[in-house]
Design a protein around this ligand. Sequence first.
Ligand code: NAG
Ligand code: NAG
Ligand code: NAG
Ligand code: NAG
Ligand code: NAG
Ligand code: NAG
Ligand code: NAG
Ligand code: NAG
Ligand code: NAG
Ligand code: NAG
Ligand code: NAG
Length: 674
Amino acid sequence: MGSPGKLVIIFLLLFLTITTAKKPFKFDYESFNKTYPAPDTLQFTEDTAVSQGALQITPDTSNSLETYRQNKSGRVVFQTPFKLWEGNVNSTAGKIASFNTSFGVNIYRVNNTSPGEGFAFIIAPDLNIPAQSYGQYLGLTNASTDGNWTNHLIAIELDTVRQEFDPDDNHMGLNINSIKSNKVVSLASQGIIIAPPKALNYTVWIQYNGTQKVIKVYMALQGKPMPKVPVLNESLNIGWYLNQYSYFGFSASTGNLIQLNCVLRWDLTVEILPEDNDRTWLKIGLVTGTSGLALLLVAAVGFYYFLHKGRPVNDPRIMGALRSLPGTPREFSFKDLRRATNNFDEKLKLGQGGFGIVYKGVLAKENNMEIAVKKFSRENIQGKDDFLAELTIINRLRHKHLVRLVGWCHKNGMLLLVYDYMPNGSLDNHLFGKQDKILSWDRRYKIISGVASAINYLHNEYDQKVVHRDLKASNIMLDSNYNARLGDFGLARALENEKTSYADIGGIPGTLGYIAPECFHTGKATRESDVYGFGAVVLEVVCGERPWTKIAGFQCVVDWVWMLHRENRIFEAVDERLGGDFNTEEAERLILLGLACSHPISGERPKPQTIVQIISGSVPPPYIPPFKPAFVWPVMEPTGDSSMTNTHDTTPMSSSYYGVSQESNTGYSDLYTV
Ligand SMILES: *[C@@H]1O[C@H](CO)[C@@H](O)[C@H](O)[C@H]1NC(C)=O
Ligand SMILES: *[C@@H]1O[C@H](CO)[C@@H](O)[C@H](O)[C@H]1NC(C)=O
Ligand SMILES: *[C@@H]1O[C@H](CO)[C@@H](O)[C@H](O)[C@H]1NC(C)=O
Ligand SMILES: *[C@@H]1O[C@H](CO)[C@@H](O)[C@H](O)[C@H]1NC(C)=O
Ligand SMILES: *[C@@H]1O[C@H](CO)[C@@H](O)[C@H](O)[C@H]1NC(C)=O
Ligand SMILES: *[C@@H]1O[C@H](CO)[C@@H](O)[C@H](O)[C@H]1NC(C)=O
Ligand SMILES: *[C@@H]1O[C@H](CO)[C@@H](O)[C@H](O)[C@H]1NC(C)=O
Ligand SMILES: *[C@@H]1O[C@H](CO)[C@@H](O)[C@H](O)[C@H]1NC(C)=O
Ligand SMILES: *[C@@H]1O[C@H](CO)[C@@H](O)[C@H](O)[C@H]1NC(C)=O
Ligand SMILES: *[C@@H]1O[C@H](CO)[C@@H](O)[C@H](O)[C@H]1NC(C)=O
Ligand SMILES: *[C@@H]1O[C@H](CO)[C@@H](O)[C@H](O)[C@H]1NC(C)=O
């Protein structure tokens, strides 16, 4: 009885692993209109639009003013970036993703004038189109950035204007970080005129094999099959040039001469590079979708049924295992949740946040699985249609250091979310609550390491970058092994209308020390402000003091620790209650890291990848100046990477976690920002 049951699960897991690891990401948009693909599937820069059944990469004829169409550039990209390489891209151990794409394009001369300037398929780090990238720059670069390797850009151009470095005004080029092509091919000899007087539709196929590291581009009139011979066939290691995560899309420009740059259809297939388990599981959800998964479940259940010669499937262990498969948050019936919480018994209340109350529950039907049920009050979600949409993002977040969302229930405008129950409550409770045993140093280190890995996941590893926004000890839960699990994130974006601004909540105790100084000016949570909050948590865990505690004449813990650092006395910062029972090397590492993350200037704070490396000991902690640098506002715009932060982070709000400690019941654990 037991072993066939296990067999089913093993079979199922194997099946899932095999089928999902290999399945590439794929879309195929056969046309474009305002509702298809769904809004937000593509990202548009200014002056680009969906119009007349096509993506208009530069303004189309609906802008009748000719001068409006001159000197324009635009980009349209698919909403999420793709992981394109992994490991050392020069060694065979490294891995580069293969991809295929094809699209229909119509490059149209208006009123039979000469066309200009050009169109390109791009793989780019972001949507940030450089200023002055019109004319010959095709929306790729501009006079000052052209050729700079920090562009991390590869493009296949269809150029309709001849520059001095071009062979003619009708060519295809492979462009790397520059509009000066690495390889150009005149198209006239191939019988192709990109923008003939009487407009034609073409299909372009681009195939990239990451194993061979060869790119091939084919082009033919729409409706014709893909030619045997590529127009362009070049060796190319995209790992040398592109960011690890890059966007696919289109770019185009006009100059004094104009043309319409219309994409009529687009398909894309990208190989999914293997990732850690969490990511693989995540892909199951993304790639196979719920229906695929349901199919697999049916298959597995059928198999089990077959083994048992017709006995119905009701083994609670198996159903429990199936139900708890990662990647499958599911819908609960209201009845079951009401029963699980003993009709929302006041005695089972775990905490209360701004949007609702959290109860402990037990699912009798599922092996007495313990859950935490967050019940939102009706008013909070009424008329908030996108609230449920928001759930789909949280649904997909999967990491061993995030509290797992088990499922939801939506009934008569009431919403309930079901989470894994965390028997050990919040970190806050363990540091400051009534405990018979103080958290040991090893546990503290492990907790910080877990939180760092969760933040790295949210910021860098999940497809849509997510900012937590509300990092603090009461939002960090501990599982039965004292592993950190970051609680509640991403919930309340749709609810933020009644937000409180950072300026308003600045004076509220229990919050101040976690909020980065720039937030009071920008009102915006960023990855950098998450890192600031993380730094506050690190110092809190090491020192056993809340961030806003006044100590030794200092206004807050950071200032005090900074002084100890200056005077070479950092070990005095370590929680006295440990009685000196801690690893000095680790303590030094964490204190310096905590200070680095508390840097008043956001751009100076370490990035999550570095934080993870520092904690693992593979990278030394950063240099910390003896005096805390001053906060300056406005800051100089940081260069490079961080400037893309604002554009591409989805920054869902965080609401309070279900396990808010008693003392946070005053509601300050729910902070909402712009
Ligand atoms: C948009 O395109 C989709 C897919 O081709 C089609 O089903 C839908 O009816 C179109 N909507 C409009 C408003 O044209
Ligand atoms: C377009 O740019 C060129 C050169 O940069 C300039 O001479 C011309 O006046 C501009 N045209 C418009 C309509 O802005
Ligand atoms: C890979 O090889 C290229 C070309 O030889 C070189 O420029 C680059 O620095 C190498 N990258 C790494 C990570 O070794
Ligand atoms: C791309 O297309 C080629 C030829 O049709 C095919 O062999 C290859 O598997 C495709 N690659 C991907 C990633 O789909
Ligand atoms: C084409 O040229 C005609 C005559 O010069 C003008 O009236 C018309 O607006 C132009 N059409 C467009 C789309 O620019
Ligand atoms: C080129 O683009 C960059 C980034 O947008 C911008 O900072 C710079 O001023 C632009 N250079 C020119 C010459 O427009
Ligand atoms: C390339 O761009 C980087 C960052 O924008 C800049 O610091 C560097 O000076 C540029 N290099 C050249 C040669 O322009
Ligand atoms: C090009 O495609 C568009 C949109 O699908 C269509 O309306 C048009 O007739 C096509 N033109 C040619 C020459 O095939
Ligand atoms: C890439 O090329 C290798 C070697 O020729 C081949 O085995 C592999 O199937 C190709 N991959 C794709 C995705 O086309
Ligand atoms: C691409 O070029 C390579 C040599 O660089 C050649 O061996 C191969 O046959 C070409 N592929 C096609 C499809 O023409
Ligand atoms: C933490 O969880 C373990 C395992 O469930 C339990 O034995 C222990 O009592 C819990 N500790 C606290 C402080 O809740």
